[in-house]
Write a protein that binds this ligand. Structure first.
Ligand code: ADE
Ligand code: ZN
Length: 326
C-alpha cells in the first residue's frame, strides 16, 4: 500500500503493537540461519503466502510458530531494532510496545534474555532515531492465571522498564475475570492496566464489561464491539477509557476492518487510536493503517484527531504528551 504524503508526514503515536508480531519473514530467515534452525518454507515469500487467517486462533498458530527463531538476546535486539527503525521511518514519535514473555519462557528462553534484548534496542533507537518507547507486558490468557502471577513476580526486578500490563492470546473461553487477582497485584506493584477484548469473540460484551468493572482497565485493546451496548459506550466515553483499534488486523477477521464502528464510536465521544497490532503478519504498519482508513472514506481531520486521541490515551508523562502534541 502506497502511503500518501499526508499520512507519511503525520507525527504518530503507537499504542498497540506486539513486538513479536513485527517479525518479518526476511528477519525470520536470517535468525533461523544464525541459530541453525531449518524452516518449513524455502523463501520469505513462501512464508507470506502461508498466512491465511480467518480467525484469531489461526493467526495465533502462525504467530507462535514464528517465534521459534527468537532464541538469544541479540535476536530480541534485532527484532525490536527492525520495528523501531520502521516505525521511525513512518514518523512514529512514541510507542508503547507489547511483549509476550510467556511465549518465550514456556519454551526455555529466560525472561532476562527477552527483556534485555528489547531494552537495548529501545535505548539505541531513542539515541539514534529519536523514537521514544516503553513496554507493556502481556499475560497469555490461554495459560493458567498462576503462570501469569509467576510471570508478574519475575518481572518485578525489571519493573522500571515496564509501564503496564495487558492480556492477550486466545480470548475464546478465557475471560478477563480469570485474571482479576493478577491485575490487582500488578496495580499494587505500580503497573498501569490494559486488556485485549478482541473483535467478534463469543461473549464480547461480557468480557469488555469484566475488563472495565473487575479489572479496572485504563484502555481496551480493540474493544470496538462495545457498539452493541449503548450504555457501555456512554460509560466508556464518560470515563475516558480509550480503545486501541487496529483496522488492517481486524479486516482479516471482520469485513470492513471495523471502520464503521470506529467512526460511530468517535461520533459518540469515545477516544480511539489507530495501530498496527501484528504488522508483519497482517501486512501493514501504522502508516498503512492510516492509509486504509483514508481509502475507506475518512477525511484527513479524522486522522489528525485519532493522533490526538493516541497522545491523550498514552501513558507518556505530561511533559512528553505536550511535546508529542507540538
Ligand atoms: N497476540 C498478538 N496479537 C494478538 C491479537 N491481536 N489478539 C490477541 N492476542 C494477540
Ligand atoms: Zn493485539
Amino acid at each position: 500500500m502506497e502511503l500518501s504524503e499526508f499520512v507519511s508526514s503525520l507525527p504518530k503515536v503507537e499504542l498497540h503493537v506486539h513486538i513479536e508480531g513485527t517479525l518479518e519473514p526476511e528477519l525470520k530467515f536470517a535468525l533461523a540461519e544464525r541459530n541453525g534452525i531449518t524452516l518449513d518454507q524455502q523463501t520469505p515469500q513462501q512464508v507470506r503466502d502461508s498466512y491465511d487467517f480467518t480467525d484469531l486462533p489461526s493467526f495465533l498458530a502462525a504467530y507462535y510458530d514464528g517465534m521459534d527463531v527468537l532464541r538469544t538476546e541479540a535476536d530480541f535486539y534485532d527484532l525490536a531494532t527492525a520495528y523501531l527503525t520502521k516505525a521511525a521511518s513512518q514518523n512514529v514519535r512514541y510507542v508503547e510496545m507489547f511483549f509476550d514473555p510467556q511465549a518465550h519462557t514456556s519454551r526455555g528462553i529466560s525472561f532476562h534474555t527477552v527483556i534485555s534484548g528489547i531494552r537495548r534496542a529501545q535505548i539505541d533507537a531513542e539515541a539514534n532515531l529519536g523514537i521514544v518507547s516503553t513496554l507493556i507486558m502481556c499475560f497469555l490468557r490461554d495459560f493458567q492465571p498462576e503462570y501469569a502471577m509467576a510471570t508478574l513476580l519475575e518481572s518485578l526486578p525489571y519493573a522500571h522498564w515496564i509501564m503496564g500490563v495487558g492480556l492477550d492470546s486466545d480470548e475464546n473461553g478465557n475471560p478477563p475475570a480469570n485474571f482479576e487477582a493478577v491485575f490487582a497485584r500488578a496495580r499494587k506493584d505500580g503497573y498501569l492496566l490494559t486488556c485485549h477484548c478482541d473483535v467478534d469473540i463469543p461473549h464480547s460484551i461480557e468480557h469488555i464489561g469484566q475488563a472495565i468493572n473487575q479489572i479496572g482497565t485504563a484502555r481496551i485493546d480493540h474493544g470496538t464491539n462495545i457498539v452493541e451496548d449503548e450504555s457501555l459506550v456512554k460509560y466508556v466515553a464518560k470515563a475516558g477509557i480509550g480503545l486501541t483499534s487496529c483496522p488492517i488486523s481486524n479486516s482479516w477477521i471482520s469485513e470492513g476492518g471495523k471502520v464503521a464502528e470506529i467512526k460511530q464510536l468517535v461520533g459518540q465521544g469515545v477516544r480511539v487510536s489507530i495501530n498496527s497490532d501484528d504488522p508483519a503478519y497482517f501486512g501493514g504498519y501504522i502508516g498503512e493503517n492510516f492509509q486504509y482508513l483514508l481509502e475507506a472514506g475518512v477525511d484527513k481531520q479524522f486522522l489528525i484527531e485519532r493522533c490526538k486521541d493516541a497522545v491523550a490515551m498514552s501513558w507518556a508523562s505530561p511533559t512528553l504528551k505536550r511535546q508529542l502534541l507540538q
